[in-house]
Design a protein around this ligand. Structure first.
Ligand SMILES: Cc1ncc(COP(=O)(O)O)c(C=O)c1O
Length: 443
């Protein structure tokens, strides 16, 4: 970059930081860096420094940044029509719905603008279906089960089924009828799954919750109980779906299919688009006029999403996800053998986590200083969600930098009490209590 341009860019970035400090609501704690562009797996600051992005826009940037095919489609469709009303057909919604039906094994789709709106749609669909078809011995069939440590979004319905108190309590009273089941605890599920339940919602791999996978037994029990009670089994695949585990959907590792699936994040390659995908039976819960959206599923975003799905297929990215995942996991396990504060390497495909016995935030900060973007959830779980397009050399770059980060980062024991799943909790289906956590920290 020319010197004059660089100093102009730096000045603009400083101004943007000042404006942000003064005028943005304080919902995020951001590092003092402004990104101005991205290419492949890298983001760039105004000085032209490259940051390797192993967070991928929190699972959005599955194709990295500025993928040439995505750029081409977006430019092309911007010249045709960015938006027209959902009162009319576009060339892209139907074909995109068809493709999502093929990928998921389900039948019908409703498009939304975000993940949380997809969750709202799924919960409303389950309630509407139950209202039409309910047989709950005279009781209203409105209860919704969710799992401890879940994260489903920020709007009122979605936050009502999101477990951590910090997301829910400031906004109470929430939507009534939500109840949480202990993670992977089949007995708790059986006890709470009564005939007045209209839906159970779960992430097959909890993302924000700490990269923890629902067990085969739990999924299977939820499937049976949903069917027996005429309730919807909803898989929230907003973070773990659409290829991230090396399958089209994470639930495809289980023997049984859900009734409703929510997706968003990577669907339109970074443009805002989500979807509720449902079986024919449950889709009947929505009839003309009872649900809708102004922006959801406009022509531009749907064209981009069709291209995203085609790229995943044509570039054989699911295979790449599996192969690069194996490389990363093997590298992380090597680091676990070297650093005793790494308690566990977990996850599948390119949704991976490191459970630490020390605080994660100083590691994330040190990584940023070394121009590696990662993230931490629950104070001590590092989360990696790199793009599906990463190559071996990106993985080597990541492991090299990350090793230096671990060598340098301060080691602070985490003190706060977390009701999070430990290894034992995952095996036994009992949530870890304060005592288990304290012992883990002391290790
Ligand atoms: C599993 C899951 N569900 C729902 C959401 C909410 O999606 P959005 O932020 O697009 O509203 C998220 C976001 O992180 C998520 O990870």
């Amino acid at each position: 970059m020319k010197k004059a341009n660089a100093s102009k860019a730096l000045k603009a970035a400083a101004g943007a930081l000042r404006d942000a400090e003064q005028h943005l609501m304080k919902t995020y704690r951001r590092p003092p860096v402004v990104f101005v562009r991205g290419k492949g797996c890298y983001l760039y600051d105004p000085a032209g420094n490259a940051y390797l992005d192993f967070l991928g826009g929190i699972a959005v940037n599955a194709l990295g940044y500025s993928h040439p095919r995505m750029v081409r489609v977006i430019q092309r469709e911007a010249k045709h029509a960015v938006h027209f009303s959902n009162l009319f057909h576009s060339s892209f919604q139907g074909p995109l719905a068809k493709k999502l039906a093929e990928w998921s094994g389900l039948d019908r789709v409703f498009f939304t603008n975000s993940g949380t709106e997809a969750v709202e749609g799924a919960l409303k669909l389950a309630r509407a279906y139950a209202k039409k078809n309910a047989n709950s011995m005279g009781r209203p069939k409105t209860r919704i089960l969710a799992l401890e440590n879940s994260f489903h979004g920020r709007t009122f319905g979605a936050v009502s089924v999101t477990y951590p108190a910090k997301y829910r309590e400031p906004f109470e009273p929430l939507v009534p009828g939500a109840e949480f089941v202990r993670f992977n605890d089949v007995a708790d599920l059986q006890e709470k799954f009564t005939s007045d339940v209209c839906a159970i919602i779960m992430e097959p791999i909890q993302g924000e919750g700490g990269i923890t996978a629902v067990s085969d037994e739990f999924w299977s029990a939820a499937r049976k109980l949903s069917a027996a009670n005429g309730a919807a089994l909803i898989a929230d695949e907003i973070q773990c779906g659409l290829g991230r585990t090396g399958r089209h959907f994470t639930y495809q590792k289980f023997a049984e299919t859900p009734d409703i699936v929510t997706v968003a994040k990577p669907l339109a390659g970074g443009l805002p688009l989500g979807a509720v995908i449902a079986s024919e039976k449950f889709a009947e819960g929505f009839t003309p006029g009872i649900h809708g959206t102004t922006f959801g599923g406009g022509p531009l975003v749907c064209a981009a999403a069709l291209e995203f799905l085609k790229i995943v297929e044509e570039e054989d990215l699911l295979k790449n996800v599996r192969e690069q995942s194996a490389e990363i996991v093997s590298g992380l396990k090597g680091l676990q053998a070297r650093f005793d504060f790494i308690r566990e390497v977990r996850g599948e495909g390119l949704i991976l986590g490191l459970d630490l016995s020390i605080e994660g935030a100083p590691i994330v900060e040190e990584a940023m200083r070394q121009r590696l973007i990662i993230n931490c959830t629950h104070e001590h779980i590092l989360r990696f969600l790199p793009p599906f397009i990463i190559r071996k050399k990106d993985v080597q770059g990541f492991l090299g930098t990350f090793t230096k980060v671990l060598e340098k980062a301060p080691r602070k024991a985490w003190a706060q009490e977390h009701k999070l799943h430990s290894q034992d909790a995952l095996r036994t289906g009992k949530a870890a209590g304060a005592k288990g956590q304290a012992q883990a920290v002391a290790r």
